[in-house]
Design a protein. Structure first.
Length: 152
């Protein structure tokens, strides 16, 4: 059993929400920050036609974007006050077409270090009846930037 990580910044949730609100790309996708906890973030992406690829499922780029942001914000939640986060790499496995009424990107920190944080994130396609299917997984490394940055 793993214990819940302790945030270095008691105001981590407000900082994560403020940073997410500044992400115009997430707003363009229609994504919203659904849940923020220490080392955990969930982003909701309502499915609409504008996010579809030629076969009718949600485009992999949209899925990757919400997974990357969820992992980054999970990492940021454990970083010190004034820090910013930047993705330095991620691996994405697309497991099946993302079809449903919404995609939920659920991320958590695997290990938080002073400079680098390892995260995993899962994309779940949820249909109108509430049934969930795992459609993608991401493993990523996030960097802690000290001294302020526009990447927050």
């Amino acid at each position: 059993m793993s214990k819940q990580p302790t945030p270095k910044d008691p105001q981590f949730e407000a900082r994560v929400r403020d940073s997410f609100a500044k992400q115009t790309f997430m707003a363009t996708l229609g994504a919203r920050l659904a849940r923020v906890g220490p080392g955990e973030v969930t982003i909701d992406l309502p499915v609409r036609e504008a996010l579809s690829q030629q076969h009718g499922s949600v485009h992999a780029g949209a899925v990757a974007s919400v997974l990357d942001s969820a992992a980054g914000y999970a990492a940021l939640s454990l970083m010190p006050e004034g820090a910013a986060v930047l993705s330095v790499e991620f691996k994405l496995n697309l497991l099946e077409p993302a079809v449903g009424v919404r995609i939920e990107a659920r991320a958590h920190v695997v290990r938080s270090g002073r400079t680098l944080t390892a995260c995993t994130a899962e994309a779940w396609a949820i249909d109108a009846a509430g049934h969930e299917r795992l459609v993608a997984i991401l493993q990523g490394t996030m960097m802690c930037l000290q001294g302020g940055s526009r990447t927050g």
